[in-house]
Design a protein around this ligand. Structure first.
Ligand code: RIB
Ligand code: CA
Length: 313
């Protein structure tokens, strides 16, 4: 069983990623959920993580609060996509669960040290501020991290928050630069692949037909989440970004990519947060990322559905 930490800024697509991971009990042990400001401010992303843990019947999984702002920049949020609460589309309330006292950055460091021999995988679904702080505070952790699998970036698909940059990288490009230069094994699931996982029309029906409360709420979340992207891209369904990180861990064989060099633009105002991908190997820069640009989307949605329906409530 693979030990993972999920670093996230829930958001509806983060919620589906969490539910997919929680439903993969045989394959994944979620050691903790660490929250970062991104889609909405930290108080809301951490509250939303609590809500999704309770919704999924996983109140035993600890939730930690991390960074309320990027390393150097002013926080940019995405209420226009996710709504004011970050989980618009549902009216979930937290019943009992609370965030842990330990800060997310300290929890990640403690976990890495505790499982130094087995090594853990970090799944990053939001801005990389927490991970950058872990690497700055304790650089030696790089030898004990199995892999960082992150949703972020874009090259052939351009950007979604500016013409050049994808949101997670754009919010904290300095943090992304630290993570990509860390030497840790990194797998990146950018817009080039997540724009291929567009929610099919019958997917929400399949969730609703299950009659399970968690699946019903997931359908409401997606109903709200995709309205913005369907309008923006004129597609039949919205791109389901973050669950790609979890599905990659479960079934890497349905994905395709290439080991390339990826650098982050941190100086230019026009292209700040751009992931500059040396796809054709035209520089002598060292490859540092397994950059994924293709997926079997039918398989992807089958896996997300089966894991979400695997939740007990
Ligand atoms: O650009 C998409 C990413 O930004 C997703 O992780 C979404 O949740 C937002 O955080
Ligand atoms: Ca996210």
């Amino acid at each position: 069983m693979r030990k993972i930490i999920i670093d996230t800024d829930p958001g509806q697509d983060d919620a589906l990623a969490l539910m997919t991971a929680f439903g993969a009990r045989r394959e994944l042990q979620v050691l903790g959920v660490t929250c970062v400001a991104g889609n909405v401010p930290l108080d809301l992303t951490s509250l939303n993580a609590l809500k999704i843990c309770e919704l999924s019947g996983c109140s035993d999984i600890p939730v930690y609060k991390g960074s309320a702002a990027p390393l150097k920049r002013k926080l940019v949020t995405a209420e226009h996509v996710h709504g004011k609460t970050g989980l618009d589309g549902t009216d979930l309330q937290v019943k009992k669960k609370e965030v842990e006292v330990t800060n997310a950055v300290d929890f990640i460091i403690q976990c890495i040290e505790k499982y130094r021999d087995e090594k853990i995988t970090i799944c990053a679904l939001g801005p990389l501020t927490n991970l950058a702080k872990v690497l700055k505070k304790n650089p030696s952790v790089t030898e004990s991290i199995e892999e960082i699998v992150l949703m972020g970036g874009g090259f052939f698909e351009g950007g979604n928050i500016t013409p050049a940059a994808e949101f997670n990288i754009y919010v904290d490009p300095e943090a992304a630069k630290i993570v990509l230069k860390s030497g840790v094994k990194i797998t990146m699931l950018p817009l080039d692949v997540t724009h291929k996982t567009l929610v099919p029309r019958d997917f929400l029906q399949k969730l609703r037909r299950s009659g399970k409360n968690s699946a019903l709420e997931a359908a409401k979340l997606l109903d709200f989440f995709e309205r913005y992207d369907v309008e923006k891209y004129g597609s039949k369904g919205g791109p389901l970004h973050d669950p790609n990180v979890i599905v990659y861990l479960l079934n890497p064989e349905i994905y395709n990519g290439k080991l390339v060099n990826v650098e982050i633009e941190v100086k230019s105002e026009l292209t700040s947060g751009m992931t500059v991908v040396d796809w054709w190997n035209v520089t002598s820069r060292k490859p540092n990322v397994y950059y994924i640009n293709d997926v079997n989307e039918d398989e992807f949605f089958n896996i997300v559905l089966s894991k979400v329906l695997n939740l007990e409530i």
